[in-house]
Design a protein around this ligand. Structure first.
Ligand SMILES: [Zn+2]
Length: 54
């Protein structure tokens, strides 16, 4: 399991401190952190969409 020091919100692109993240999700053994519950919900609805974006 990968636990980065600094999280990166894949939905909005913000850097998120894991300690202050509003939410987190694990997808394919990688943990993602989110600035808000809203971003987490968007990610959970369709993780692949956000991971392929970039
Ligand atoms: Zn966000």
């Amino acid at each position: 399991m990968t636990t980065p020091k600094k999280g990166h919100d894949p939905v909005c692109g913000m850097e998120v401190d894991p300690k202050e993240a509003a939410g987190k999700s694990t997808f394919q053994n990688v943990t993602y952190y989110f600035c808000s519950q809203r971003c987490k919900e968007d990610f959970d609805a369709d993780p692949v969409k956000y991971l392929l974006k970039k």
